[in-house]
Design a protein around this ligand. Structure first.
Ligand code: PHE
Length: 449
């Protein structure tokens, strides 16, 4: 029964699937553009602090809930604390996942378009200064953008409906190390460009004047986005973890790998940005303008480009699969829908959000919410509101409500090993640091501070 709920997450593959969920466009597309937008080094420092003080503890809290019950959020809360109103918060996860996956699929559509154009040889035949216009023209073309987004979503739901996630995960397990290797090759290449040291300085020299409160909000949201926190995804995944796996070790491994990929992406992008005189504040366009310039410099550029976009596609689809599973599992478990029906309903809902987001740069560019177009609005509220709120709820639930012996049992695997420092650290972060930090951020948005 359990295996049926999330077909691909067999116990053995669960950790690999979690890495698959974590590593995606969040690391390679979103992290560099956010770092560029928020002035580089200081943003990265705050991001790293968020990973250590909030990310790892909240990841642990999701693991504790999932693995102690082997259920999803709602069922788990019912089992651990019968009658607790906390189960209501599983709706935040479902809504957050729908919105995030909706706009995320648009970027996945951009990835396939770039893959297609690289394979046809048409991407790299342009002069470097044209890449910005090419990207602008592409996203401003409603048909093209909607078409690639729908192609991506179709592939995503085809994988889910065929139950071949396991196969895709297995492929991704081969692709992920390859992506890693490729990023290292690109890093070396980028660092050898003339004037690249300015990019390295930008990434690693810490200047808080450039950051501001908004940058802190962004860094926090990005840490949650990158580690797939706050939307109950990791609760579901960890419900398939083996009882003898070491949760803290897993959380540290997953977070370190994920952060390493993001930093490597930064080292690929910024030296090139400065070397070619591009704008580090270009926003969501950043990698789509910078990467082609890098490929063009490399011998056999087309092959590198195709390889990179194929790998990026795999990294992205393992993330969208995990996001799509949240509403699907929820509908199957809570509304007793058959899996095919739940898949169709999720596909329709996400499809609508995705199409609206894809049209944000063309037909619907005049539609703004809080001064942002639909895509940018979702890119803001998804991580910076839904994920942070979900994270706050999980932190409070595990830190304050859940019985200490459940936590102790999970951290020590029933007393098999010690958790002298780990347990107080996790509890302290969940009880005080995460709630205080997230509440301050919410007060900041709402203009109270
Ligand atoms: N962590 C993924 C990324 O970095 C995105 C994601 C968020 C996946 C939430 C699942 C749940 O691309």
């Amino acid at each position: 029964m359990k295996e049926k709920r999330v077909g691909f997450a067999t116990r053995i593959g669960a950790i690999a699937a979690t890495v698959g969920s974590a590593v995606g466009l969040g690391n390679i597309w979103r992290f560099p553009y956010q770092a560029g937008y928020n002035g580089g080094g200081a943003y990265i420092l705050v991001y790293l602090l968020c990973i250590v003080l909030l990310g790892i503890p909240i990841m642990m809290s999701e693991f504790i809930i999932g693995r102690s019950t082997h259920k999803n959020m709602k069922g788990a809360v019912e089992q651990l604390t019968p009658g607790s109103p906390f189960k209501i918060f599983s709706y935040i996860g479902v809504l957050g996942a729908l919105l995030i996956c909706g706009y995320y699929s648009v970027v996945c559509g951009w990835v396939i378009e770039y893959l297609w154009n690289s394979a046809c040889g048409s991407l790299l035949e342009h002069a470097p200064e044209e890449f910005s216009n090419i990207f602008g023209t592409f996203i401003a073309s409603p048909d093209c953008c909607v078409m690639w987004t729908i192609i991506f979503l179709t592939l995503n739901f085809l994988v889910l409906s065929r139950g071949i996630q396991k196969g895709v995960e297995r492929m991704a397990n081969i692709m992920m190390p390859l992506l890693f290797a490729l990023l290292i090759v690109f890093c070396v290449n980028s660092l050898m460009l003339p004037g690249s040291t300015k990019g390295v300085d930008f990434l690693f020299s810490i200047n808080f004047d450039k950051l501001g409160w908004e940058g802190v909000v962004d860094a926090m949201g990005q840490a949650f986005m990158s580690l797939s926190l706050g939307v109950t995804c990791l609760i579901t995944y960890s419900s398939y973890f083996k009882d003898d796996s070491n949760l803290m070790k897993d959380a540290v491994t997953i977070s370190s790998l994920d952060t390493l990929v993001a930093i490597l992406a930064g080292i690929v992008i910024f030296p090139a940005v400065f070397s070619f005189g591009l704008d580090p504040k270009a926003g969501p366009d950043l990698i789509f303008i910078t990467l082609p310039t890098i490929f063009q410099q490399m011998p056999g550029g087309t092959i590198w480009a195709v390889l990179f976009f194929v790998l990026l596609f795999f990294a992205s689809i393992t993330s969208t699969i995990s996001l799509s599973e949240i509403p699907i599992t929820f509908m199957v478990d809570e509304y007793k829908l058959s899996r095919p029906k739940a898949i169709i309903l999720t596909a329709v809902q996400m499809g609508i959000i995705a199409v609206l987001s894809a049209l944000s740069f063309s037909t619907l560019s005049d539609v703004t919410i809080f001064g942002k177009n639909i895509f940018n609005f979702l890119d803001f509220v998804g991580p910076n509101f839904f994920m942070l709120l979900g994270g706050l709820v999980t932190a409070v639930y595990v830190g304050w409500i859940l019985k200490k012996d459940v936590i102790h049992n999970q951290l020590t695997n029933g007393g098999m090993h010690r958790s002298r420092f780990v347990q107080p650290y996790i509890i302290f972060c969940l009880r005080y640091i995460a709630p205080v930090a997230i509440v301050i951020i919410f007060l900041y948005y709402t203009g109270v501070i």
